[in-house]
Design a protein around this ligand. Structure first.
Ligand SMILES: Nc1ncnc2c1ncn2[C@@H]1O[C@H](COP(=O)(O)OP(=O)(O)OP(=O)(O)O)[C@@H](O)[C@H]1O
Length: 257
């Protein structure tokens, strides 16, 4: 397993610096949260790690390998998987097909094999189905596998995105606001699920969240961004009471009032 390193990373959109000279290291096997007020640059960081945006400057490394310049699919192949703030499911496909759709960047299927249904292709399809069902069972959704994704309750759609990410067999799982829109009980189950994921798959988890209760309960390390800069990092108890962090959040609330 490899650590994930963000080194002096900057991202500019024209004159706007969304992320400025940001550095941090996520130890392999840890659960880390990235927090910060709206517009602080959290999703931009995820988008750079997963190849959706290319940093204007700096390095992003998985172990010793640079991820900068690689496409999202190449980054998935290297073992990083993510979920999105706004769900990106295929709404009209079944739950099972949604999970299988995430796995093709990790399979060896050729176009000919897929067209002619060769024995090797059939065997691979069976394997894909087994892995997809295992991941669904793990998040408690195997019984819903033939339901159409858009008909699921919102909380289950969020779990489905997690199952789809897990099916790519990642080493690093990035969750973008996984608790958004969930009620208290659903959030408590999510905390248990994330802990079980780390325990079972031994992977590194990086979470963007606004829910302080969840951050407190789950994170070993918290990184705080404001205006694209890191303003604090450390254990949740100390970071969440840090004067600059309190000021960043309260300042934003006052501006919004
Ligand atoms: N594609 C883009 N083009 C131009 N500006 C962008 C783009 N994506 C993000 N930004 C800007 O970069 C800054 C950081 O945005 P980002 O979405 O990363 O913040 P965030 O911390 O994830 O916010 P939120 O909590 O609201 O999701 C914001 O000022 C945003 O408007």
């Amino acid at each position: 397993m490899s650590s994930l390193t963000v080194k002096n990373v900057t991202l500019k959109f024209g004159g706007l610096t969304a992320v400025g000279d940001l550095s941090f290291e996520i130890p392999a096997g840890s659960i880390t949260s990235i927090i910060g007020p709206n517009g602080a640059g959290k999703t931009s960081v995820f988008n750079m790690i997963t190849g959706f945006y290319r940093p204007t400057a700096g390095q992003i490394l998985l172990g010793n390998e640079s991820l900068v310049g690689k496409k999202p699919s190449q980054i998935t192949q290297r073992g990083l998987a993510r979920t999105f703030q706004n769900l990106r499911l295929f709404p009209n496909l079944t739950v099972l097909d949604n999970v299988k759709s995430g796995m093709h960047s990790r399979t060896k299927q050729t176009v000919w094999g897929a067209l002619w249904h060769t024995p090797a292709q059939k065997q691979e399809e069976r394997l894909i189905e087994d892995v997809a069902r295992d991941c669904l069972a793990f998040v408690g959704m195997d019984a819903s596998r033939y339901r159409i994704a858009k008909n699921l309750p919102y909380g289950e759609q969020r779990y489905l995105e997690i199952a789809r990410a897990l099916a790519t067999k990642p080493h690093v799982l990035l969750l973008d606001e996984p608790a958004a829109g969930l009620n208290y009980e659903e959030k408590e189950s999510l905390i248990e699920l994330i802990k079980r994921i780390r325990q079972k798959y031994g992977l590194t988890v990086l979470i963007i969240e606004h829910d302080m209760g969840l951050i407190h309960k789950i994170s070993e390390n918290v990184i705080v961004l404001d205006y694209g800069q890191k303003i604090a990092e450390g254990a949740p108890a100390e970071v969440l009471n840090h004067p600059r962090v309190v000021e960043a959040y309260l300042g934003k609330e006052e501006e919004a009032m």
